[in-house]
Design a protein around this ligand. Structure first.
Ligand SMILES: [Mn+2]
Length: 318
């Protein structure tokens, strides 16, 4: 019997969760019992339903010791793997194989087998292809969680990463029973009051720089927790400063844990941001990246904003 562990990134979004859970579900059979690494309290309240739908068997620290291999999805580097506090600084894979399936251009190819497609819309699109190629069953639930990944990583099929294939993959998933109605409701129109209150903060704190070409916002520790949210609820609030007309480079600074500031970067048009994230030891996609700084919010803004202004000069307005 095979017993791989499926792993995805810390603070998992719907693409991470959907890809990982689809992999677990579709690979489960009488001679394969995959488990999912999902440390406690790492899933936001909004996305918890994906776990309820799939009900994956969760991997314990002991399972990590006995697993015969690992499938990592949607994760750019090994240090970003959500393996839980006990294993965080440990060589948890040893000499066992890691299969690394990802769509982050900055992926470090940390696996023995690496399939990285930097311009794919989502990891879910890649997992869908793997399941097709290996003739794994894609039932309605598997189709639903994969669809969730494509839908959210493309912001509702609105980003330039959407290729014809993304749409045909989504169409096939809908044909296989993906629950478009329920997913649209839960992913696009189900904000809890706490998330809504956090958005007020993000709107209120939005500022611009570089003649309106940079839009950025922030939420401090007290603002996040005061709204009733936690670090796990920080996901797509970057879309607030990003949505302002004329903004070509957007940033969101959040201090979800005291003394630790996460920065999300987004570029539009020809502006790429992955290089900017790398300056601060982060990474990601060309136009969607992130980094974490070990400092308070104000210090992070003071350090990063001037670098962002300088970075943008490489992309003069045509
Ligand atoms: Mn993704």
């Amino acid at each position: 019997m095979r017993a791989p562990i499926v792993v995805t990134h810390v603070v998992p979004d719907a693409d991470a969760l959907g890809s990982a859970m689809a992999m677990v579900r579709a690979c489960s059979s009488s001679d394969c019992h995959p488990k999912l690494s999902l440390p406690e309290q790492s899933v936001s309240k909004r996305l918890g339903f994906l776990c309820d739908w799939i009900q994956p068997v969760l991997a314990t620290v002991d399972d990590f010791a006995s697993a015969d291999g690992f499938i990592v999805v949607d994760t750019a580097k090994k240090e970003r793997c959500a393996v839980g506090p006990e294993l965080k600084n440990v060589d948890w894979s040893g000499d066992r194989p890691i299969v690394n399936i990802d769509h982050h251009a900055s992926n470090t190819r940390f696996g023995q087998f690496n399939w990285v497609v930097g311009d794919a819309s989502s990891a879910a699109e890649l997992v869908y292809l793997v399941l097709l190629a290996t003739a794994r069953p894609i039932d309605a639930l598997t189709a639903s969680v994969l669809y969730a990944g494509i839908l959210t990583d493309t912001l509702g099929f609105s980003l330039p990463t959407v290729a014809a294939f993304s749409l045909s993959a989504a169409a096939d998933l809908v044909a296989r029973g993906a629950d478009v109605k329920e997913l649209g409701e839960r992913l696009c129109r189900s904000q809890r009051q706490a998330e809504f209150d956090l958005l007020r903060v993000i709107y209120a704190n939005t500022q611009t720089a570089a003649d309106g070409q940079i839009g950025y916002s922030s939420a401090g520790f007290d603002e996040i927790h005061g709204a009733g949210c936690t670090a796990a609820d920080i996901d797509d609030q970057i879309n607030v400063p990003r949505s302002l007309k004329g903004v070509r480079l957007a940033m969101l600074f959040t201090e979800g844990r005291k003394g630790k500031t996460r920065i999300n970067f987004r570029g539009s048009g020809d502006v790429t941001v992955v290089e900017l994230a790398k300056e601060f030891d982060g990474g990601g996609h060309r136009q969607a990246a992130g980094a974490v700084l070990e400092c308070h919010l104000e210090d992070a803004i003071a350090r990063v904003l001037p670098r962002a202004v300088a970075h943008l000069k490489q992309f003069p307005v045509a």
